[in-house]
Design a protein around this ligand. Structure first.
Ligand SMILES: [Fe+2]
Length: 148
């Protein structure tokens, strides 16, 4: 990514679980792609924006379920609150996808800015909570295996 990167990975985002870090990087890449599609306001740009939205939704679904499975298997006590954050995000994203598809104007830039803020805050704050829980638990070694 060059200087024009809208959203970028930082090492401080790491949750200490390589597979989850990879997934977070992919979320960041998908958001960057959506931003790129935003910049070209043409019909082609619109087509790519729509496609990127769908890719994001399916990746988010896959990633949240991997994370929730991990927290569940690790007995993470704040799982219900964490799940609620995930659900709220998915709900909002799906609403915007629906609006976009039914031709109602959502502002693509507002949408990607929301994505960026939510994803970065969630990774840097909320996901760090299970990260420290896992790091401090005797389950640390099995956390990777659970994701296979
Ligand atoms: Fe999460």
């Amino acid at each position: 990514m060059g200087d024009d990167s809208f959203i970028a990975w930082k090492d401080s985002y790491s949750v200490g679980i390589p597979k989850i870090d990879e997934q977070h990087q992919e979320l960041i890449n998908l958001t960057q792609r959506l931003h790129q599609a935003c910049l070209s306001g043409s019909e082609t740009g619109k087509f790519y924006f729509k496609k990127a939205m769908h890719d994001l939704v399916s990746y988010v679904t896959f990633h949240f379920s991997a994370e929730e499975k991990l927290m569940e298997r690790m007995g993470f006590p704040e799982l219900p609150e964490h799940k609620k954050e995930h659900e709220g995000f998915v709900k909002k994203v799906l609403e915007d996808v629906k609006k976009f598809e039914s031709g109602k104007s959502i502002v693509p830039h507002t949408f990607v800015r929301f994505l960026r803020e939510w994803i970065l805050t969630h990774i840097a704050k909320t996901d760090q909570k299970y990260s420290s829980y896992i790091a401090n638990s005797q389950h640390k070694k099995v956390s990777e295996e659970l994701l296979l």
